[in-house]
Design a binder for this molecule. Structure first.
Ligand SMILES: Cc1ncc(COP(=O)(O)O)c(C=O)c1O
Length: 364
């Protein structure tokens, strides 16, 4: 059987992006130093879960936090609580935020909330967009960084302004911080400094941190107590969540301090790619460990070039390529531990081959 491009990628020794393959062995690694007699958590109680919640709530500078199996569950609940508080079903967020395009309308179908899409889909929403918002909303959600436009970030001054605007207008401000830790080096701020602008915060353990799954929702005590009730209603209170917690803790310890390095890798590679005609990154200069890559070539032709590179150097330069319109394609690149594993001379050769093969394609 002919292998797909993604299958060929999986067999390569080196990958430009990511933190390693998502294999079951990751869990074994995380449990290496755990005493097997450690008590499991039971329906959200026990030190294994509650100590971790406390640790993360302190890191984020919030009164309390609760561990969720997914960010999808955590954030719908956060917005529901803020909407109930104000008895106002309208909430505002970016047109391409996760809740709007990846959650099968959970917010609308399960919670009957009415999203107001702020600004245009191809850019960050601005303070002007906020001021022009016609309807009152109970909550505004900001995603830092905004993944679907390449991981862009608003200026710190804009965030501060938005936070004050929300306070002045009785709007709760929620942070989709799926990649918050990845954004901190750009702001040169601590997690708690950033989170102090927000009423509630969600962070993920499986994006830049490279865990299996899992999320933490943080806020004031009353908000977190309510979110625990909703977690139970959603079936999110698994009798034991410790495999995710042990792994989340391990991955946070391993990678939390690496975000600046991952960002530097993203900048290095983006600068290199932007030199090639017919290739561009958004943003041009990454502001965190990710960017989106746009290539003027049909997906199949690009994949053929990349397969040759994998066969010769065993390096995947770009994976998960998506067709845009038959003549161009795109991909998302997020940098992690994998980058440093590639011998530099091999990477140079791979890029060199990419440059010359891609130029030949442009001339064809
Ligand atoms: C920006 C953002 N928010 C929320 C989520 C939801 O996270 P989960 O997969 O844990 O439900 C994701 C997942 O990709 C995301 O990228």
């Amino acid at each position: 059987m002919v292998k797909t491009y993604n299958e060929i990628c999986r067999s390569a020794k080196y990958k430009l992006t990511g933190n390693g393959d998502r294999c079951v062995g990751l869990l074994l690694e995380s449990f290496e130093h755990i005493d097997p007699s450690t008590s499991a958590d039971v329906y959200g109680t026990g030190s294994i879960i509650n100590d971790f919640e406390k640790e993360i709530s302190e890191l984020l500078g919030k009164e309390a936090a609760v561990f969720f199996p997914s960010g999808t569950m955590a954030q719908q609940i956060a917005l529901r609580i803020w909407s109930d508080e104000k008895e106002l079903k309208k909430v505002a967020y970016h047109p391409l935020c996760h809740l709007e395009i990846h959650e099968k309308d959970g917010l609308k179908v399960l919670h009957h909330l009415q999203p107001l899409l702020l600004g245009d889909s191809n850019r960050l929403f601005s303070i002007e967009d906020l001021k022009l918002m016609k309807d009152p909303v109970s909550c505004l959600l900001i995603e830092l960084p905004q993944r679907e436009i390449g991981g862009q970030l608003p200026a710190w001054e804009d965030l501060v302004y938005i936070s004050e605007f929300c306070k002045d207008n009785g709007i709760r401000l929620h942070l989709d911080g799926a990649r918050l830790f990845e954004a901190l080096p750009y702001y040169n701020k601590s997690a708690s400094e950033v989170c102090s602008l927000f009423d509630s915060v969600y962070v993920s353990f499986y994006k830049g941190l490279g865990g299996i799954a899992g999320a933490m929702l943080a806020g004031n005590i009353d908000f977190i107590e309510q979110s625990k009730v909703w977690k139970r209603r959603h079936g999110g209170d698994l009798i034991s969540l410790y495999p995710y917690i042990v792994n989340a803790k391990d991955c946070a310890n391993k990678r939390m301090g690496n975000m600046k390095k991952y960002w530097q890798h993203a900048m290095t590679v983006a600068a290199r790619l932007n030199k090639i005609e017919g290739v561009k990154t958004i943003p041009e200069i990454p502001v965190c460990n990710m960017f989106h890559l746009y290539i003027d070539a049909p997906k199949e032709k690009l994949e053929n070039i990349l397969v040759d590179i994998i066969e010769k150097h065993s390096i995947v330069l770009v994976g998960n390529i998506r067709d845009i319109d038959g003549i161009s394609c795109k991909s998302e690149l997020s940098f992690g531990d994998n980058f440093d594993l590639i011998p530099q001379d091999l990477l140079d050769e791979a890029f060199h081959q990419f440059d010359s093969e891609f130029q030949k394609l442009q001339i064809e």
